[in-house]
Write a protein of this length. Structure first.
Length: 487
């Protein structure tokens, strides 16, 4: 029988504020915190990177075990997340994790050559903590794994004797699959029988993520629409067949956002704070942003924001086309991001052609991202695919209706401004179906037309600002899922 509040081990390769390279860290910091606030007995498991050890100086020994892949012992330390009572378990093996560079890459940007063993160890420890080998006072009732770096945990449990708690595998981005050569199987202490199509084998190689998808008891993604999309070839990245086969245990639970950090009424980064009932101050933020970015001080010019990695996946080439076409029609653009050098240069050159209409900032600054969200009139997200997405939720929170490709979590979080939704008052943004320059252009033009009608636009802003994207909703859905599994 499943307890009302099962003990959860949340295994991840990064968690904000300890260490962050992307959205996985935001989820891994916020979701366990929300569950912990609901009274769930949950512990985060994370590698002992330098940044993690530095922020947890008073960690104590929780358990230890021999390293199955290298000489010496692995220490599992226990501490708390910064400024929190949320427990965190740290996998300390300095030769693997306590090194200069990032979690996955060296200082120069190349992947660590021993990632297969580094994250094999993270998966191994996660499984060991749930197995009969863990004799400590705290044993998880359930293991929640996240992305490929923890994908081997359910495989280890499958082949080990003794205790086998259920495992949930969450896919944050199916494009990253942890693929290594078949010679890794014996190095990882996995039986030869595991290397087959009905197991770890993936087009002749080993995939950590496939292991998680194949052996986990339940599979989740970070939005309901993405859970459906990855069962088809376009976004299945080679795993669509297996995911479709396992569709009975596959579901999507939408990510949340930090409603305290992203609140225009309290945001310390804004020159003027505002709310749905005091939208006049948003116009003051627009003027301040235009001045900061060197754009023409034009209250009537629609200002479109883009905060994104500059990559093909994010549809940056579509954004480039829209900026080229619509800047000539009086629309302003503010871009903040970095990524592929060739596209960065194209954006920079376009800004030189239209200095009063286009601002391009290569890089990322958290405070500027808040000011752009507050000062812009609308937000553009032309992503090819978006497992969940966060900026479209930030934008609605800030009364900045998003314009987005109808994919993944963007579909699940934006109410398209169709005549029906506009009439009912629940529209919050704009979606376009075809991933083409004309379709994207028309979506922006549709937004601009509504922007010219202040009454309709304010209704759109107000509806978005009243949406509840809090992590508590997500946490309650996960708790419901945890309780549904037999323990």
């Amino acid at each position: 029988m499943t307890p009302a509040s099962p003990k959860i081990l949340f295994a991840t390769s990064e968690a904000h504020p300890l260490i962050k390279t992307g959205g996985l860290a935001d989820v891994s910091g916020a979701l366990p915190a929300a569950l912990h606030a609901l009274g769930v007995d949950i512990k985060i498991l994370i590698p002992g990177y330098p940044a993690v050890l530095t922020q947890c100086p008073h960690a104590t020994l929780f358990a230890q075990l021999p390293n199955p892949f290298a000489p010496g012992r692995v220490e599992i330390l226990e501490s708390r997340m910064p400024e929190s009572t949320l427990p965190v378990l740290i996998v300390r093996y300095d030769a693997f994790f306590n090194r200069e560079g990032g979690p996955y890459q060296q200082v120069g940007g190349d992947d660590w050559l021993d990632n297969v063993l580094r994250f094999g160890l993270l998966s191994y420890v996660a499984a060991w903590l749930g197995s009969s080998g863990n004799a400590s006072a705290w044993q998880p009732d359930l293991i929640h794994c996240n992305d490929w770096q923890t994908g081997l945990a359910p495989a280890y449990l499958r082949f080990w004797p003794g205790r086998k708690p259920p495992v949930i595998m969450t896919i944050h981005n199916l494009a990253y699959q942890g693929v290594f050569g078949p010679e890794s199987i014996p190095l990882l202490q996995l039986p030869a029988e595991s290397f087959k199509m009905q197991g770890l084998e993936y087009y002749g190689n080993l995939s950590f993520l496939k292991a998680g998808v194949f052996y986990a008891d339940r599979i989740t993604t970070v939005s309901p629409t993405y859970a459906r999309e990855i069962q088809h070839e376009t976004l299945g990245f080679g795993m669509q067949g297996l995911l479709h086969e396992r569709r009975a245990v596959l579901s999507g639970i939408l990510n949340g956002i930090d409603m305290q950090e992203w609140d225009p009424q309290r945001d310390p980064h804004l020159p003027h704070r505002y709310s749905a009932k005091q939208l006049g101050n948003k116009a003051k933020n627009k003027a301040a942003l235009q001045q900061e970015l060197g754009l023409a001080l034009d209250a009537h010019a629609p200002l479109v924001a883009i905060i994104s990695r500059i990559t093909y996946q994010k549809g940056s080439y579509l954004a480039l086309g829209v900026m080229h076409d619509l800047a000539r029609e009086g629309v302003q653009f503010a871009l903040l991001g970095m990524g592929e050098t060739a596209i960065e240069l194209a954006f920079a050159n376009l800004a030189l052609e239209h200095p009063d209409r286009i601002s391009v900032t290569i890089g990322y600054a958290e405070d500027m991202s808040h000011r752009i969200e507050a000062g812009a009139d609308m937000f553009l997200m032309p992503s090819h695919y978006e497992p969940c997405g966060l900026n479209q939720m930030y934008s609605q929170r800030y009364g900045t209706p998003p314009i987005a490709h109808a994919t993944g979590g963007l579909v699940d979080t934006i109410v398209n401004a169709t005549p029906t939704h506009l009439a009912s008052g629940d529209a919050t943004g704009f979606l376009f179906r075809e991933m083409t320059r004309p379709a994207c252009n028309e979506a922006v033009r549709r937004a601009v037309r509504l922007y010219r009608d202040p009454q309709v636009w304010q209704q759109l802003q107000s509806a978005g600002m009243q949406r509840d994207f809090s992590w508590q909703n997500s946490a309650l859905e996960y708790l419901k899922l945890y309780r549904s599994l037999p323990i």
